[in-house]
Design a binder for this molecule. Structure first.
Ligand code: BES
Ligand code: MN
Length: 465
């Protein structure tokens, strides 16, 4: 206990310094999806490997076909468990840039109307601020005790926001180095500002980009209009046909493998005291728009979706241009639940689109990643241990929640390496991840570090598996 107390006060005393290190990382624009930022992704990996080496990890940057991995290892005491901590140093693009009130890669601390402080920058919450909570907890342990309470391997990737294409081959190729007793991930949310959470599920994801083409060039919309097929109309019709009037996805076979949440879990969700009005109201909405007859928690945690993330085509510049574009594009993602098979969903979608193509039209498909949903056991001893530790740190007991987002690799830790995964994160619903003015609460950054210190200390005492 004495050593945990000193580690916790070390964290408190060094908060400003840890913030400085996070700022250094946040200044690196490691946008994985945009090839222009390839060098910046490597710079972020180098920075992290350097920082972990400074703490005393055996750390290295490993090349892949895409952005590099950071892999670092520190042994623990004899007999203590060994954990694999996973996070991602890549971030989402910043657009629409004009809506940011400060530069996305010039982090600042801002004061909210209620006096609380928040770190504003792209990646502040997703996932640089979150992954640094773990790194800082390790640093404080090393500073105060010269060691870590359990063995720790750290894996940071730079392609999570692009579907983690290099990670599966990397897992396979480095099984021995990566194998641990459990995987820890800090890339999810709290329940609310006073209530930490352990996420017990994540949705899967399939990304598809489609390009519909008709005439061999852009056409004058008066000279050809009425006779020529318009790819933007065809694309819009396909998109409109994705859902029926009850909000269900119409792709044949889409719901294969979709189950219902057990009553006991539903009861637990009902007890969380979730307010649909507050959830929607915070972003200017009032009426749930998804599948009829489902609660918002079901809609976002346990039901699959089809969402258009972007549509491109025709003249969108200043003024006006009378044109029938030769092509139209859409980026569409599907969130998956239960046993939906990413490959089968992709095939079903492609067949659905192809069947709707009129004469003279062609379609190209480009895959953008695919991963299944994950569901973690509620009764895992890892979860029980983390729950005790979190409850010691926060005002309220840790909640067990679902999470609508995806972390593509999370399921593979179990499938490929046989490890239980523990999803503990300190994000908040209003952090605006993937949006302008992304932020991370200072309390998340501070108490997140303290939480990991407590969890590591607790795990070091042994987990009865
Ligand atoms: N950190 C998020 C996942 C998340 C979202 C957790 C919302 C908690 C609340 C993660 O980095 C993410 O955004 N993943 C992408 C993956 C995709 C691009 C392959 C996602 O879910 O869209
Ligand atoms: Mn993330």
């Amino acid at each position: 206990m004495a050593s945990l107390d000193s580690v916790l006060s070390c964290i408190d005393l060094n908060l400003d310094r840890s913030l400085g290190r996070l700022f250094d990382l946040l200044r690196i624009p490691s946008i994985s999806t945009d090839p222009n930022y390839k060098g910046e992704c490597r710079r972020a990996a180098d920075y992290l490997a350097g920082d972990l080496a400074a703490i005393g990890f055996a750390a290295s940057v490993r090349d892949t076909n895409g952005h590099p991995m950071v892999l670092a290892r520190h042994e623990g005491p004899e007999g203590a468990p060994h954990v694999l901590f996973y996070g991602h140093y890549d971030v989402q693009p910043v657009d629409p840039i004009e809506l940011w009130t400060s530069e996305p890669f010039e982090p600042v601390v801002k004061e909210a109307p209620d006096g609380s402080k928040r770190i504003v920058a792209r990646g502040a919450a997703d996932d640089k601020g979150q992954l640094m909570t773990f790194v800082e907890a390790c640093r404080a342990f090393k500073a105060e005790t010269g060691s870590l309470p359990c063995g720790v391997t750290i894996l940071f990737e730079g392609e999570e926001e692009s579907g983690s294409p290099s990670l599966l081959p990397f897992l396979e190729a480095h099984r021995d180095e990566l194998k641990a007793d459990a995987a820890l991930v800090c890339d999810t949310n709290m329940w609310d500002r006073r209530t930490p959470a352990i996420s017990t599920g994540l949705r899967g994801l399939v990304g598809e980009e489609i390009v519909i083409k008709a005439a061999s060039r852009d056409l004058h919309s008066g000279y050809y209009g009425g006779a020529a097929a318009n790819p933007l109309h065809i694309l819009s019709k396909i998109v409109a046909d994705l859902h029926d009037e009850t909000g269900r996805v119409t792709i044949p076979g889409f719901y294969d493998g979709v189950g219902e949440v057990p009553d006991a879990v539903k009861a637990q969700w009902d007890n969380l005291g979730f307010s649909e009005q507050a959830f929607l109201g915070e972003v200017g909405l009032s009426v749930p728009a998804g599948e009829k007859g489902r609660s918002v928690l079901e809609q976002t945690w346990s039901r699959p979706t089809a969402e258009v993330n972007g549509m491109i085509g025709g003249y969108t510049g200043a003024g006006f241009k009378t044109v029938i574009a030769a092509e139209a594009r859409a980026k569409i993602s599907f969130r998956l639940v239960f046993d939906q098979d990413p490959a089968a969903i992709r095939e079903a979608f492609r067949a659905f689109v192809t069947a709707k193509l009129p004469a003279d039209c062609t379609v190209e498909f480009h895959a953008h990643g695919g991963s299944g949903a994950i569901q973690l056991p509620f009764d895992s001893p890892w979860i029980a241990a983390a729950r005790e530790a979190l409850t010691d740190e926060w005002p309220n007991e840790a909640a067990m929640i679902g999470m609508g987002g995806s972390i593509p690799i999370a399921g593979e830790f179990k499938h490929r390496l046989g490890m239980e995964t523990l999803l503990v994160g300190f994000g908040n619903g209003d952090d605006a991840i993937h949006s302008p003015n992304e932020k991370y609460e200072m309390t998340s950054f501070h108490k997140g570090q303290r939480s990991w210190a407590r969890i590591l200390d607790r795990l070091g005492k042994g987990v009865a598996v």
